[in-house]
Design a protein around this ligand. Structure first.
Ligand SMILES: Nc1nc2c(c(=O)[nH]1)N[C@H]1C(S)=C(S)[C@@H](COP(=O)(O)OP(=O)(O)OC[C@H]3O[C@@H](n4cnc5c(N)ncnc54)[C@H](O)[C@@H]3O)O[C@H]1N2
Ligand code: MOO
Length: 394
């Protein structure tokens, strides 16, 4: 058994950033930029009015009057220049006419035909957004996973297409004679395959494309056939059949098919029988079959691998801090990832692990917000102590 950190390092070494592709901006939400985007223009491209009102010169006082000599609207500038004693009717987003040094808001003006009179002193604000205030030609946005606000920024930069990393294709292979798909009629000894659905949602939320392959039965021939179906995937994930039982075939069959093993068995709970390697050039992760074990291993290994393939930094699952709400006995030699609930707190949240930590319990997993992380050999902990956790919704 190797420590979690070492296993993660080896797993991440299997996951190189994929090739890049260009996608239209409207399709780029959630995608990971592969290189900086560079602004093709200044924003705003001209000094722009921030308000509806009148553009004029100086620092006018109540009662001063101005002759209105023209109009500037968004998309339509005023061709001339403003002179002292003159004003140009202006609207939000319009280019400020040449010569004007401020915009007074229309609420502070009484209009009478072609002249205006100030009804309030122009305040300190000039209501002009200077050219390039937001960004300048050549300014860049560093590579990142694109959030909605980033898309608006790229659009304003006049970038119609974005270079992103290709989405990894993750093949999900459930294994076991006991499994049928939801909606099918299970025989008395069978259960419903559940893990793939959580795993599919997890990798898709991270930006991968999941391919759920047919369930592999517990024969070498069937497992081989389904592993062959995974060709073309960037990452093959098997579920179950990873342990030491007579019907746990994944390690053996993958080895026969050429698996170069990176590791097998980790000092963690749940998830001990995890394996990883490279199968004919393709990264492979063999998850344990217990539902909670497979999901815990997905958070700790699968999602970091997907992120690395997307070109994001190779890093462990993000950990946060919380205040322990119940006593914990000393931990054993394996890191323990305990299903837990977060409790709202003034600063840091509280965290309370469930009494049962059986790795088969999906109902508790569905109630859990977090995995409370217990390092190997951690001493007993009392309520009020600080602990770390991995959020399950991240
Ligand atoms: N003698 C030992 N027995 C076991 C050990 C051990 O060290 N020595 N380790 C235990 C641990 S820990 C785990 S975890 C399991 C993992 O075993 P496998 O990866 O071989 O998983 P299976 O035996 O195929 O299945 C375990 C369990 O999970 C159910 N399962 C499997 N796939 C799915 C799925 N897609 N959806 C829902 N449920 C699934 C399966 O029916 C079993 O109940 O081994 C222990 N044994
Ligand atoms: O490690 Mo198993 O994954 O404890 O249930």
């Amino acid at each position: 058994m190797i420590p979690v950190a070492e296993a993660l390092e080896r797993a991440l070494a299997l996951a190189r950033p994929l090739a890049v592709e260009t996608v239209p901006l409207a399709e780029a939400a959630g995608r990971v930029m592969a290189k900086p985007a560079v602004a093709g223009r200044d924003q705003p491209p001209f000094d722009a009015s921030a308000m509806d009102g009148y553009a004029l010169i100086g620092d006018p006082k109540v009662g001063e009057t101005f002759a209105v000599v023209g109009e500037a609207a968004a998309g339509h500038g005023f061709a001339g220049a403003v002179l002292p004693g003159q004003a140009v009717r202006i609207f939000t987003g319009a280019p400020v006419p040449q010569g004007a040094t401020r915009v007074v808001v229309q609420e502070d003006v009484a209009a009478d035909g072609d002249s205006i009179r100030l009804t309030a002193d122009a305040g300190p604000g000039i209501n002009i957004r200077p050219r390039g205030q937001d960004f300048r030609l050549g300014d860049s946005l560093s590579p990142r996973r694109l959030r909605p606000n980033d898309l608006a920024l790229l659009a304003a930069m006049n970038i119609p297409d974005v270079v992103v990393t290709r989405r990894p294709v993750v093949a999900l292979i459930a294994t076991g004679d006991e499994l049928v798909m939801p909606g099918e009629a299970p025989r008395p000894n069978q259960i419903i395959a559940s893990n793939s659905f959580a795993l599919k949602a997890l990798v898709e939320a991270e930006g991968a494309i999941a391919r759920m392959l047919p369930i592999a039965r517990d024969t070498e021939a069937d497992l081989r056939m389904v592993l062959d179906l995974a060709s073309g995937a960037d990452l093959i994930v098997t579920i179950g059949g990873a342990s030491v039982g007579d019907h746990d075939l994944v390690g053996r069959v993958a080895a026969d098919m050429g698996l170069e093993r990176a590791f097998y068995k980790i000092a963690m709970r749940p998830g001990k029988p995890l394996m990883a390697g490279r199968l004919n050039g393709v990264a492979m992760l063999g998850l344990p079959g217990n539902p909670v074990s497979s999901v815990v291993c997905a958070h700790l290994f699968l999602l970091p691998m997907v992120r690395a393939m997307l070109g994001l930094p190779a890093a462990p699952a993000p950990e946060r801090r919380a205040v322990l709400a119940a006593p914990l006995p000393a931990n054993g030699a394996r890191a323990h990832y305990m299903r837990a609930c977060l409790l709202p707190g003034d600063g840091l949240p509280g965290i309370e692990p469930f009494a049962s930590q059986d790795s088969a319990l999906l109902r508790l997993l569905a109630q859990a917000d977090a995995l409370l992380v217990r390092p190997p050999g951690d001493r007993a902990r009392a309520p009020g102590e600080m602990v770390t956790f991995i959020p399950l919704d991240a």
